[in-house]
Design a protein around this ligand. Structure first.
Ligand code: ZN
Length: 436
C-alpha cells in the first residue's frame, strides 16, 4: 500500500508545472488550488487557464479527474455573477459551485466561520458514541480506564479533528463559564453533550449529576479547555517552525507588522492572548516558546487545571465533591473494580448522586429519609460510611486498610486513594444489597 501511494505521489508530482497563477496544494490524493485577485473576471480567467493546464496534464498522463467531484467556492467578498461562475470550465464540463468544501478532512465554508466543520464533528461524534455507551452499563460495564481508552480512540478523535480551526471563535473570552457565541451554540451543545454523556456513563453517574463534579471525578478538562489546550500546542509548534517554515514565516510576518490581519486573525491572535493569560497564572511567568514540546504540554496542562480549580472554588454545586476533590486536577482512573455496580456507587457518592434515601426522598422516590436498616437516623453518605451498624465488618476492614496505609480514616482519603478503593466498594456493595 505504501508503495502504491508513493508511486502515485511520484506520478502526480509534476502536476504543478503547468499551473502558473493559482496556489496549489497536493496532499496524498487531495488537490486544492486557489486564486486571489481583486477583479472577478480576471480571477476566473486565471482559474480557467490553470484548469486548462491541469486538463492537458491529465490527458497526457492518462489520469481521469472527474469534474463532478470538484468543489468550487468563493471565500472572498467579490460577489461573482452567476454568468461568470458558469464560465469556469474543465475539459468541456462545468464544475459545480458550492457553499462548502472539504479540505484535508475539514469542511470549509464561504464565510470561513467553520460552522459546518463543527456540525460535521458533532454528527460524527453522535454516531460514534455507542462504542462507549454499549460497554458502560451500570451493572455490566467495563472499568473507567478501559472505557476511557475506547472513548479516546473512537469518539474523542472525531471531536478533536479540525477543532483548532474554530475553537477560538467559540467564546469571546477564554473562560470555563463564559457563554458560547450564538451562531455556534446549537452545534457546540451537540458536541459537548456527547462528551458529557460519555463522561457521565464512564463513571456510571445518573442524569442531571453536576457536570463539573463528573469532570473532576474523571480528572478531565471540560471539552472547551481540552480543545483550546490542543490548539495552543499547535500554535507554539507553528511559531517554533515545527509545523514547517511556511507557517512559521506567516505567523512572524503577521505579528511583526502588527497588521490588521493579525488583529482579525481567528487563530493566531486569540492563541497568543490565551497563552499570555495562562502565563500570568504561573508565578514564574514562563516563556512557552523556549520550552521543548513535552515540557510545554506539562506546563500548559497544569495551568489549565489551575484556571479550572479557580472556577471550581467559586462554585457551590456538589458539596460532597468539594470535600473529596478541592482541586480540579488530572486523575488516574480505576483499571479494576470489585464489581461494576459497586464501582458505580463509589463514583456516584463522589459526585453527590449516590442513591441514599435522603436523596431518593428529595426526588420523591422514597417515602422515608431514614436508614433502610432501621437505624432511625438519616441515610446519607456520612451515616453509611462512618456510622451505620449494618456494614460494621466492612468498615472494620476499611479502617484496617487505612491503618496499614498509614492514612487517616476520612472522607477525602476513602474516596480518592486507590489502595482503599476495594474496601470502600465492598462496604457500599454490602449496604446497597438491600433495596431502598
Ligand atoms: Zn444505618
Amino acid at each position: 500500500m505504501k508503495i502504491i501511494m508513493f508511486c502515485w505521489l511520484v506520478y502526480i508530482d509534476d502536476l504543478s508545472e503547468g499551473v502558473h497563477h493559482a496556489g496549489l496544494s497536493l496532499f496524498m490524493d487531495d488537490v486544492a488550488l486557489w486564486i486571489s485577485h481583486p477583479n472577478p473576471d480576471e480571477a476566473i480567467r486565471l482559474l480557467n487557464a490553470d484548469l486548462d493546464a491541469i486538463y492537458s496534464w491529465s490527458v497526457f498522463n492518462t489520469v481521469c479527474f472527474d469534474a463532478s467531484k470538484f468543489h468550487l467556492f468563493d471565500l472572498g467578498k467579490l460577489n461573482f455573477s452567476q454568468d461568470l461562475m458558469d464560465t469556469v470550465i474543465f475539459g468541456g464540463s462545468h464544475p459545480q459551485w458550492s457553499s462548502h468544501a472539504k479540505f484535508l478532512g475539514a469542511t470549509l465554508d464561504t464565510k470561513l466561520d467553520l460552522l459546518r466543520c463543527l456540525k460535521d464533528s458533532a454528527e460524527k461524534a453522535e454516531s460514534a458514541q455507542w462504542r462507549v455507551l454499549n460497554h458502560a452499563r451500570q451493572r455490566t460495564g467495563a472499568s473507567p480506564a478501559t472505557l476511557c481508552i475506547i472513548f479516546a480512540a473512537y469518539v474523542l478523535s472525531v471531536m478533536t479533528y479540525g477543532s483548532e480551526l474554530w475553537i477560538f471563535q467559540l467564546k469571546k473570552h477564554f473562560s470555563h463559564k463564559g457563554s458560547v457565541r450564538s451562531k455556534y451554540r446549537a452545534n457546540w451543545d451537540r458536541l459537548n453533550d456527547v462528551y458529557m454523556k460519555c463522561a457521565r456513563r464512564i463513571l456510571g453517574a445518573p442524569k442531571k449529576a453536576c457536570t463539573d463534579a463528573i469532570l473532576i471525578r474523571l480528572g478531565w478538562m471540560p471539552l472547551y479547555h481540552l480543545l483550546v489546550y490542543r490548539a495552543l500546542i499547535w500554535y507554539v509548534k507553528g511559531r517554533k517552525g515545527l509545523a514547517g517554515p511556511a507557517l512559521q514565516g506567516l505567523i512572524h510576518d503577521m505579528q511583526d507588522r502588527d497588521s490588521k490581519h493579525w488583529k482579525s486573525s481567528r487563530f493566531f491572535k486569540p492563541a497568543s492572548q490565551i497563552l499570555s493569560h495562562l502565563a500570568e497564572l504561573d508565578p514564574d511567568n514562563p516563556d512557552f516558546f523556549s520550552m521543548d514540546i513535552p515540557m510545554l504540554k506539562t506546563r500548559l496542562r497544569n495551568l489549565m487545571y489551575v484556571d479550572l480549580t479557580d472556577s471550581w472554588s467559586k462554585s457551590s454545586m456538589a458539596a460532597v465533591t468539594h470535600i473529596i476533590h478541592p482541586e480540579w486536577r488530572p486523575r488516574k482512573l480505576a483499571v479494576s473494580m470489585h464489581s461494576r455496580f459497586s464501582h458505580v456507587m463509589y463514583n456516584c457518592l463522589a459526585v453527590n448522586r449516590a442513591p441514599f434515601r435522603t436523596w431518593l426522598y428529595k426526588i420523591k422516590r422514597s417515602k422515608s429519609k431514614l436508614c433502610r436498616y432501621g437505624c432511625n437516623c438519616q441515610e446519607d453518605f456520612s451515616h453509611v460510611l462512618f456510622f451505620c451498624a449494618s456494614v460494621i465488618d466492612e468498615r472494620k476492614a476499611l479502617k484496617a486498610c487505612c491503618t496499614t496505609n498509614d492514612v487517616p480514616f476520612d472522607l477525602k482519603n476513602i474516596m480518592t486513594l486507590p489502595t482503599l478503593q476495594f474496601a470502600v466498594e465492598r462496604l457500599l456493595a454490602s449496604f446497597f444489597s438491600r433495596k431502598a
